[in-house]
Design a protein around this ligand. Structure first.
Ligand code: NAP
Length: 335
């Protein structure tokens, strides 16, 4: 007997703490408007950084007032279609990247927002949009070329492990920064040239001793001291991409008192560049197709964290797990 209701996670108020901000809601499965399909989500990606900032009311480009739906990317199966939909069929596997479409068991959305995929697996989920962000950031913002030194922070994480491989595939020397031996092992298997476990080695010392000419391209997800060290070690014409600053998401932003950053950049013609995927939407489709091709031809590996989070009720645990920094690869929840 198919279910008549479904559950979703909403932010019911703003709070510094994700668990205090959220509530579970149970609703009737929606009926479809023209042009829509009903999708049963099978896996959703955990974006704990974004979730935390959204629930704090700290995402300036979205002007949300609680209550609002949570989660973004999901893969699942089409279980019903409106009469006028001819592009998808019941039973098709699809991927979606809609804000509010992830942390829910079912979603009714416009058919043109669902991308048909071969199978609704956590690996494909990781490529769309996590992998897309890595590719677009490196190429469009970082102007990645070949034969350079590329440094990736949180390198064994969801975004990072794809960035490492794309930088290698482009023909670069890749340094991966991580915080455990399990992550170092993953990075070795992905072909990282120099792995720095910051719990064992000091980033600043390694860069000073082994990379005296500096780093050409930095893909930084962490911020704070790691960002400062990376800026200090940029090469002439080096670029640092601010992909995120996860070390500050849970706290108030740290105020620093030091000379303005231009004095560090000017003398090296170096630059620090922000990256936010929604500002590069026009590159997503081509990036997606390329990533899927690399994955299906075994040129790109996708690491999904092995900790199992089952059901919508497990999402707060999954968010806290990612923020604890233990994950190896992408954290997903299965429904
Ligand atoms: N700009 C965009 O459009 C965009 C899109 C997607 C994601 N992002 C950003 O990319 C970054 C990575 O996101 P993700 O979802 O793929 O996460 P993730 O990298 O899978 O997990 C976060 C990792 O960050 C590292 N970390 C270092 N310091 C930390 C701290 N103080 N607290 C928590 N984690 C810390 C941990 O690895 P180690 O201990 O090994 O360093 C942890 O495993 C985030 O900053 C996120 O906001 C940006």
């Amino acid at each position: 007997m198919p279910s008549k209701t479904y559950k979703k996670l909403v932010a019911q108020c703003f709070s510094d703490n994700f668990r205090s901000a959220i509530a579970l809601e149970e609703l009737p499965i929606p009926s479809l408007n023209p042009g829509e399909v009903l999708i049963r989500n099978k896996f959703a990606g955990i974006n704990a950084g974004f979730d935390t900032l959204l629930c704090k009311g700290n995402v300036p480009y979205v002007n949300l007032t609680p209550p609002f739906d949570l989660g973004v990317e999901a893969v699942g199966e089409v279980v019903a279609i409106a009469q006028d939909v001819h592009t998808l069929q019941v039973g098709d596997a699809v991927a979606t990247t809609v804000r509010g479409g992830g942390y829910r068991e079912y979603q009714a959305i416009a058919a043109n927002l669902a991308v048909k995929i071969r199978a609704a697996t956590p690996e494909v989920l990781t490529l769309m949009p996590t992998g897309i962000s890595a590719l677009v950031a490196l190429e469009q913002v970082g102007e990645m070329t070949s034969g350079e030194v590329v440094l990736v922070t949180a390198a064994a994480g969801g975004v990072g492990h794809i960035a490492v491989q794309l930088a290698k595939l482009a023909g670069n020397h890749v340094i991966g920064i991580c915080g455990s031996e399990a992550k170092a092992k993953l990075l070795k298997s992905l072909g990282c040239d120099r792995i720095i476990n910051y719990r064992i080695e000091t980033l600043d010392t390694v860069l000073q001793q082994e990379y005296p000419r500096g780093i050409n391209l930095v893909f930084d997800c962490i911020g704070k001291q790691v960002f400062d060290t990376c800026v200090n070690h940029l090469a002439i014409r080096g670029r640092l991409i601010v992909v995120g600053f996860i070390s500050e998401y849970m706290n108030d932003l740290e105020s620093v008192n030091q000379p303005r950053i231009y004095q560090k950049l000017f003398w090296k013609s170096a630059s620090v560049r922000g990256f936010l995927m929604p500002h590069f939407a026009e590159f997503a489709e081509e990036a997606r197709d390329r990533l899927l091709d690399l994955y299906y031809t075994n040129k790109l590996k996708v690491a999904v964290d092995s900790t199992v989070f089952n059901g919508i009720e497990s999402i707060p645990d999954a968010v806290e797990y990612l923020l604890s920094g233990q994950n190896c690869g992408k954290v997903v929840v299965r429904f």
